[in-house]
Design a protein around this ligand. Structure first.
Ligand SMILES: [Fe+2]
Length: 503
């Protein structure tokens, strides 16, 4: 019998009869923090699976003032760690300033994404539009041996012990953290150099910045990326020598902005644009490439191929689906419905000699939230692993492995009522090839009211999981995850108990 220890319990004021579609079902939030070691496993955990799978979730504790958006929830991070054929688990809230203040107040203190910031009870705040709570609940990565959580509207980077999930404070970068704008979700790690690359955005010119943090956590580069106006970029990409930022024609209506309204609109008549800048380039070095109009939420990877930059991401067929006559929730959540947005894996080739862009769709499969072997980030890759979605919902119902060399796809569909998280790729210790490793994901099983962490052989995902690790509680759905090999975690390989490895 697995021993489950309760580490903490957060105050919640969400009513027991809550009926919000993204605070119930697979998105039911959690309040209790737990630890469990030597988890029960069905099948066999490979001994060359070594490291941690970290997953961030949006986990609300208080009703919104008026309308809750699922991206407003507080960050709860889950870790499933693997060493020596065993697995451990922890889940902890990130102790953000907003989480702490709202725990003390016992109510929401900031307007959420679907609410008017002017109605925020608090004058201060974070985020590209200001007066939001920095929930730090969007993304998680590991840099310099520390897990960093981030927020898609820009905010602090919260530092967590990657095995105990204890909040260690905020990234300060020796006093150089750009606190006035913050940092967006989706900072990138170049595993070959240990550098962290990031961007931020806001409503004040130049509207975007880009920076580099060295392997020792010093901000060593920070430049303006001037845009025509406030934009809503969500992701970035990089190659060995270049960073690729974007200016997508989906942005807050400028006229509405002047009266403090934040209404995002897509402009199909305006091209998508990519900014290519050398990793340590200046603003004057930026080269812009135009492409077919779309919105790209996530990129998979980029790499250099001769004088071209190859950029893979998800081209949305319809970035602003018609609102129709639906309910408020139906209108709001159409932007979370991949069945309506129609994102498909797409390849842009940015020709540094001619300045021209060539582009092509790589598949007819609608998918998003792609991951790859981190050793190939910024370098040539062949395989990506994406999520398929339940029509009408922000819920993942399967994994698709795409082979960019042959165009072949291999799929694994979860049973109805079982939903995956973003699936990370964990290279096997001593891996001999790009897909020589495992796929790791946490599923929320509504049929059996439980969660498991599934481990697949990345070379045979259609065969189903090779191991299923039972978790203590059903985990809420969420957005992003990451894999960090044990070799990236200080003290991991020598600790008697990797779950307590100290930094
Ligand atoms: Fe994202």
């Amino acid at each position: 019998m697995v021993e489950i220890e309760i580490l903490g319990r957060a105050l919640t004021t969400i009513p027991a009869d809550d009926d919000h579609p993204y605070r119930t079902g697979a998105w039911r939030p959690q309040q209790v923090e737990r630890k469990a070691d030597d988890l029960d496993v069905v099948g066999e955990l490979p001994t060359d699976l070594d490291g941690v799978y970290l997953r961030n979730t949006e986990n609300p504790l208080h009703p919104a003032m008026e309308v809750y958006h699922p991206f407003d929830g507080d960050a709860m991070v889950h870790v499933v760690g693997f060493r020596d054929g065993k697995a451990f688990y922890r889940n902890r809230f990130v102790r953000t300033d907003g989480f702490v203040a709202e725990q003390e107040a016992g109510r929401a203190l900031w307007a959420g994404l679907a609410e008017d910031p002017a109605k925020s009870p608090t004058q201060t705040g974070w985020g590209a539009r200001g007066r939001m709570k920095d929930a730090s609940s969007t993304d998680v990565i590991v840099h310099n041996g520390v897990a960093l959580t981030s927020f898609y509207q820009c905010g602090d980077l919260y530092r967590l012990n990657p095995t105990t999930l204890e909040t260690l404070g905020k990234a300060t970068w020796d006093g150089k953290f750009p606190s006035s704008v913050g940092v967006s979700a989706h900072p990138k790690i170049d595993e070959h150099t240990g550098e962290l690359l990031f961007f931020n955005y806001g409503t004040d010119a130049p509207y975007m910045h880009y920076g580099v943090v060295d392997p020792d956590d010093n901000l060593v580069h920070y430049v303006d990326i001037p845009l025509p106006g406030p934009r809503l970029p969500h992701d970035m990409a990089f190659t060995e020598n270049y960073t690729i930022l974007n200016d997508m024609p989906l942005f807050w209506e400028p006229e509405a902005l002047t009266v403090g309204k934040y209404a995002a609109r897509f402009h199909p008549d305006i091209p998508a644009r990519f900014a290519v800048i050398p990793r340590y380039g200046q603003t004057s070095d930026i080269r812009w490439f135009e492409a077919e109009s779309t919105y790209v939420l996530h990129f998979v990877n980029a790499y250099e191929d001769g004088h071209e930059i190859v950029l893979d991401g998800y081209f949305q067929a319809d970035p602003e689906p018609p609102a129709g006559n639906g309910t408020l929730y139906q209108r709001m959540f159409r932007f979370l419905d991949n069945d309506k947005l129609g994102p498909k894996l797409h390849r842009w080739r940015l020709d540094l000699q001619t300045g021209l862009t060539k582009e092509e769709s790589l598949t007819d499969t609608v998918s998003e939230f792609g991951m790859l072997n981190g050793r190939h980030a910024g370098r040539r890759h062949r395989y990506s692993y994406s999520a398929t979605s339940v029509p009408g919902w922000f819920l993942f119902n399967g994994i698709v492995k795409h082979d960019a060399e042959t165009g072949r796809e291999e799929k694994y569909s979860l049973e109805e009522g079982v939903f995956a998280s973003e699936t990370a790729m964990a290279p096997r210790i001593g891996a001999q090839g790009e897909d020589d490793g495992y796929l790791v994901t946490i599923v929320s099983d509504m049929n059996r009211d439980l969660s498991e962490c599934l481990v697949f052989d990345a070379r045979a995902i259609a065969d189903g999981p090779v191991a299923r690790v039972r978790l203590p509680e059903r985990v809420s759905s969420g957005t992003h995850s990451t894999w960090a090999p044990g070799s990236d975690i200080p003290g991991w390989s020598t600790a008697d108990d990797p779950a307590s490895a100290v930094l």
